[in-house]
Design a protein. Structure first.
Length: 342
């Protein structure tokens, strides 16, 4: 660490102020908690031993971006892990995968646009799994509510993303596939907003759902009551036929040391309690981590490692340099930041 005296001087001045501010927040939260009947919100988990005799699909994706002088090279990947029924001898566990790479121009939404492309590929893989292997349950990494409420961006990727998400939801409903989103989002405030409206309280701005649940339930295994975020998802009829949905939501902490999971389903789902039992069973394999193990395996399979992005980018740049030196000098050179001495 450089500038030791400056760091130590600033730390000495700020430590007391920070502690005082946090104690004031703590007092505010304690007053709020007195108005929220935790017994009505937090439900204990019973130790279930549900037999997992259903065909399931777990989908996740990964992306990587490498910036150059005038463009970026992006990589996206999606993986769907199919787990067969216990009595199904035709198929073992296997992955359905897709991968793509291309260049994308720089703008203020470049990262968000690549994420839209990745999500759209996840929807494609999920659709392929449903059509090809007919799972009973589809687990998607991330919240369905967040996917539905993703902020519109003026770009060609957004309407493609939107169309594919609507198509996936409609297919799940048509094929009677139980679809759910599993999210470990530490920044969410959906529950905070719900409680604020129901009990007429106001939480400090920094207070997230995870923080509230930690205060109410501590390190215990629990689930919350089912609640529905206020706003609904409505497909733009200019993009696709109209579909209006809300997403019932439950927070679940399957182990004492895990973080709360947010699980949401479309409002047509009638077996939410059974879905929660399945998530609990699937999370037992990860012990204290408390996350559905097959979904984590899909995440590992879809992850794009930094070395993969660097190697692939280098090969693309080398190919362009070899065949069109002027094009390379114009947009495909490394930027100054990547060439700085350490």
């Amino acid at each position: 660490m450089r500038h030791y005296s400056l760091w130590l001087d600033k730390y000495d001045k700020r430590k007391g102020q920070i502690l005082s501010s946090l104690r004031e927040y703590k007092k505010q939260i304690e007053l709020i908690m007195e108005k929220i009947p935790s017994k009505e919100l937090i439900l204990p988990l019973k130790d279930s031993h549900k037999e997992l005799n259903s065909k399931m699909c777990f989908v996740d994706g990964g992306e990587g971006i490498r910036e150059l002088l005038g463009a970026s090279v992006y990589f996206i990947r999606a993986s769907g892990l199919i787990m067969s029924r216990l009595d199904d001898k035709e198929h073992n566990e296997f992955f359905v995968r897709d991968l793509d790479m291309n260049i994308i121009d720089h703008d203020e939404h470049t990262k968000e646009r690549v994420e839209l492309l990745r999500d759209a590929m996840e929807f494609d893989v999920a659709i392929s799994c449903i059509e090809g292997y007919k799972p009973d349950y589809l687990f998607l990494d991330g919240s369905l509510y967040v996917k539905a409420r993703k902020k519109p961006i003026e770009c060609e990727e957004y309407p493609i993303y939107r169309k594919k998400f609507v198509r996936l939801l409609k297919l799940c409903r048509k094929k009677s596939v139980h679809v759910l989103g599993v999210s470990e989002d530490s920044k969410s405030k959906l529950l905070a907003n719900y409680l604020a409206m129901k009990y007429n309280v106001k939480f400090p701005k920094f207070m997230t759902d995870s923080g509230i649940l930690r205060l109410l339930a501590q390190n215990t295994k629990f689930r919350t009551i089912e609640f529905t975020p206020q706003s609904q998802f409505e497909a733009d009829d200019k993009i696709s036929p109209t579909i209006v949905l809300s997403f019932p939501t439950v927070y679940l902490q399957p182990t004492e040391l895990s973080n709360p999971l947010r699980i949401d389903v479309p409002d047509w789902e009638s077996s939410f309690d059974e879905i929660i039992d399945i998530v609990i069973e699937l999370s037992k394999g990860s012990r204290h981590y408390g996350y559905p193990l097959p979904l984590y395996l899909a995440h590992l399979d879809a992850r794009i490692h930094e070395k993969q992005s660097e190697w692939s980018t280098a090969q693309i740049v080398h190919h362009i340099l070899k065949h069109d030196n002027e094009l390379y000098n114009a947009i495909m050179r490394g930027n100054r930041r990547s060439a700085r001495p350490v």
